[in-house]
Design a protein around this ligand. Sequence first.
Ligand code: GUN
Length: 293
Amino acid sequence: MPATIIDGKQISKDIQAEIKQQVADFVAAGYQPPKLVAVLVGEDPASQVYVRNKERACKRAGIDSELKRMSAESTTEQLLDLVNQLNQDPAVSGILVQLPLPPAIDAIKVLDAISPLKDVDAFHPENVGLLSQGRPRFLPCTPFGIVHILKRSGIATSGKSVCIIGRSDIVGKPMALMLAQKDSPLGPEMANATVTLCHSRTKDLAQVCATADIVIAAIGKPEFVSADMLKPGAIVIDVGINRTDDGLVGDVDFAPAAEVASHITPVPGGVGPLTVTILLENTLKAAQLNQAI
Ligand code: GUN
């Protein structure tokens, strides 16, 4: 029985329409529109596409956006100066420094310098700490997007076994924290999972995966998850975006996996569109927070 293919584009569209309305309500209440400033250092082609998509999505939602471009030869100090300027600018609600940064720049120093109240990526240690204590301020865009996808697909996580493959700071680790919590901004049914966080040193990864009700693949290896690693009826969320000679593929071997899973996200058109959508949600939240102080 082939799986239901989850339409991330449609889910994203629906949420963006709701955010647009919330932004309109915020502005109607007399506040300045939320404003996102993206900082792009260098000319990385993939980063240019991502940043352009973020700007377009902001425009559609009624959120102001500005792109600050810096040369690939910029120094850490120059970037810190810009971040400090944006921190102090009351017209700026959210700040996003597009990753990866050139290797000569101290990325951790730059990300740590972003005001935690404008940290729409939720990368700042204060926001990571708040999440780990179960009292999140901003939630990181890709993992929170996955929670939205599951909720809007009628899939609760409470009591389920979840296997997350990949322990990155951007996806795997915060995803594990979020799903293991007692509660979620989307309701307790969207938390309370039993989470196994797998990585390159996990013993018998295939067997661990095969016991899971929900598999979240975020390891960055093309078609790493094969159909025989899945429990029949498993829910499969593919976070991978791998450029290969055969085009864009995810971390899951899609067609065979779709024969075993009950629900599966495609690549492209699955998780990807949600990342930008949650960025909009976080930018509106930042505007609301910064109004309140
Ligand atoms: N590069 C790839 N993904 C991301 C992301 O979520 N945020 C930022 N700032 N850069 C990225």
